[in-house]
Design a protein around this ligand. Structure first.
Ligand code: SF4
Length: 71
């Protein structure tokens, strides 16, 4: 368990995403305050940088993140 270092820049954490996400509270527990390295947004932050994070990407969309990264 750890707190994500990207919280200050993360649109999802700040609820500045274009769509309503009913899993927000769960995702914050699971990813932001749990295991950030399993988060799709974190993966993009880490490998491609903040500017490459799609505005509508959610933490559980790891397959999409891996596809964008090229894994
Ligand atoms: S775990 Fe993911 S959603 Fe949460 S603050 Fe970090 S990058 Fe954003």
């Amino acid at each position: 368990m750890s707190s994500c270092l990207n919280k200050i820049l993360c649109r999802y954490f700040a609820k500045k995403t274009p769509t309503i996400d009913n899993n927000y509270q769960n995702n914050v527990q699971i990813y932001c305050n749990g295991e950030p390295k399993n988060c799709a947004i974190y993966m993009i932050f880490d490998k491609l940088g903040f500017l490459k994070v799609p505005v509508d990407l959610r933490p559980e969309q790891t397959a999409k993140a891996k596809s964008l990264i090229g894994n």
